[in-house]
Design a protein around this ligand. Structure first.
Ligand code: HPA
Length: 234
């Protein structure tokens, strides 16, 4: 048990999927895991553990933004010894060739700052995905026929962005999409020698202003969960 996770040590599997939204935790666990049971309810940030094709898996919510993700990922890594952490979440498309429902595999995550800024000071550390997980996720996505893009994303600290010029610079430099958590996950995985990846579904688009209709969300998010699970156990 930690400050933010009420589970016993054995209740958390070495492989953890991390959606931002606690309700998506419950949905993913009940949809994709066998014998799923709730192992955390502290602050309503649900966690479930079950099995996928016989492999133990935990799905634990991260909350929104890097400070929240940092709390859960630190405790999962340092107290529960999680080895593989895969963020599954939504993102905003930033390129014309990226469409709503497409899956983004985040090779790198650019930021203005993260909760780890105090460590790096003037160093611009480059948060990147685990290559083995990334390659396995790409194979899984190709096999599924999901339209998938691999490249850099932007982990922002703000959803309501007052600096559109910054988004323009991201787009100009080929950044595929914006979300709010992956960079800190990649940094923590680097610090503790764990494997991390962010598998994202494009839910809205900063150029076209399209958004995923509510009724399409489950099917679209399902592809992302399956890709993450297949990558974890490839
Ligand atoms: N901005 C930041 N995070 C997001 C977005 C966005 O447009 N869409 C989904 N997550």
């Amino acid at each position: 048990m930690t400050i933010h996770i009420g589970a016993a040590k054995d209740d958390i599997a070495p492989t953890v999927l991390m959606p931002g939204d606690p309700y998506r935790v419950k949905w993913a666990a009940e949809t994709f895991l066998d014998d799923a049971r709730c192992i955390n309810q502290v602050r309503g940030m649900l966690g479930f553990t079950g099995t996928w094709h016989g492999h133990p898996v935990t799905i634990q919510g991260s909350g929104m933004g890097m400070p929240s993700l940092s709390i859960y990922a630190n405790e999962l890594i340092r107290d529960y010894d999680a080895q593989t952490l895969i963020r599954i979440g939504s993102c905003g498309g930033m390129q014309d060739h990226v469409g709503i429902r497409d899956v983004i595999l985040a090779m790198t995550a650019t930021t203005l700052s993260t909760p780890s800024r105090g460590i790096f000071k003037d160093v611009n550390f480059a948060p990147c995905a685990d290559f083995g997980l990334l390659a396995a996720a790409h194979r899984a996505a190709l096999a599924k026929g999901t339209t998938t893009h691999v490249g850099g994303i932007y982990s922002s600290d703000v959803f309501y962005d007052e600096r559109p010029d910054l988004n323009d610079q991201m787009m100009r430099h080929g950044i595929l999409a914006v979300e709010m958590e992956a960079a800190e996950l990649y940094i923590l995985a680097a610090r503790y020698n764990r494997r991390a990846l962010a598998v994202l579904t494009v839910s809205d688009h900063l150029i076209t202003h399209d958004a995923l209709p509510a009724e399409d969300r489950e099917r679209s998010f399902g592809d992302m969960v399956e890709i993450a699970l297949q990558a974890a156990f490839a």
